[in-house]
Write a protein that binds this ligand. Structure first.
Ligand SMILES: Cc1ncc(COP(=O)(O)O)c(C=O)c1O
Length: 281
């Protein structure tokens, strides 16, 4: 595998992490994951815009201009010969003697690499079981930072209990999944947590919001409780890897009839149609 290091493509074997890289020591950095469908970076403008926003929020200078980064990602994808997968991009504040405050003259480190990935069709067709857990993350999870321990512990708990995702609850309110946004439908009303500092404003979430504009559902970007969630007819999660994925169970509660709901299916179809539309043949 080859990787992008700042402006150069090098082999993975020749890449080393500096002992005092601030990403390694403090988690002082940001990342993005962009989906590649048939050799096309899906929603890349939105992902790169979010990268710029995350960088700005952390006062982290990006080592390359965004259009240069996009061109480099194209080269990296071609070099990888992978046409269906993801590209992971990470930027850290760079290496400096360990001291919490920002170092004065440190160059940021950008790395990116491509991995093959197939669509998780089984989960998308049949839905997933989930668990709930307390949202113990910091209060700026709108920034896509490398600090993912709260997410890691939540997902681990889900896996240990045979679930595919952990739904996070803060002060009784449903925020999002450990690596996804969450939507819930009751009748023709669709609910999702507002995009504030308590959730990551997912790119897939934003695509689904656009799709909802053309559906018979009425969207409410408003908070709701776990008790309310368990009474919903349909629940689904969204993220770059799982697209629109139905949730059929939360802890011991079955959602709806225990199978993916009709509106969730409609949104999945609309999402697929969009893929057909955005992928140049
Ligand atoms: C905590 C969290 N929320 C939401 C998302 C969904 O974001 P996106 O749709 O941009 O992949 C992710 C993606 O990994 C995430 O980690």
């Amino acid at each position: 595998m080859n990787i992008l290091l700042n402006n150069r493509i090098i082999s993975r074997e020749s890449f080393t992490v500096d002992l005092e890289d601030r990403g390694f020591q403090f988690g002082d950095g940001i990342y993005e994951v962009i989906r590649i469908y048939d050799g096309f970076f899906f929603e890349w403008e939105a992902h790169l815009e979010r990268l710029v926003r995350s960088a700005k929020e952390l006062m982290l200078p990006l080592p390359t201009a965004i259009h240069t980064l996009y061109q480099n990602l194209q080269l990296l994808m071609k070099d990888s010969k992978i046409t269906n997968g993801t590209v992971y991009i990470q930027v850290t504040r760079g290496a400096a003697p360990r001291f919490h405050a920002f170092p004065k003259e440190t160059e940021p480190t950008l790395v990116a690499y491509v991995r093959e990935m197939q669509r998780p069709l089984e989960q998308m067709r049949n839905g997933i079981k989930t668990i709930t857990t307390e949202d113990i993350r910091w209060l700026r999870v709108d920034i896509k930072s490398l600090n993912l321990l709260g997410n890691v512990l939540a997902k681990q708990k889900a896996v240990e209990q045979g679930g595919a995702e952990a739904i996070l609850i803060r002060d009784g309110i449903v925020t999002e999944g450990s690596s996804s946004n969450l939507f819930a439908i009751k009748g023709k009303q669709c609910f999702t947590h507002p995009a504030n500092h308590l959730i990551l404003n997912g790119i897939t979430r934003q695509v689904v919001l656009r799709l909802l504009n053309n559906s018979e559902l009425t969207l409410h970007e408003t908070s709701f409780t776990l008790d309310e969630l368990l009474e919903m007819d349909e629940v689904f999660i969204t993220n770059t890897g799982q697209e629109v994925c139905p949730v059929i169970q939360i802890d011991d509660s079955v959602i709806g009839k225990g199978t993916p709901g009709v509106y969730t299916r409609q949104l999945q179809s609309a999402f697929e149609a969009l893929l057909g539309a955005v992928i140049p043949s």
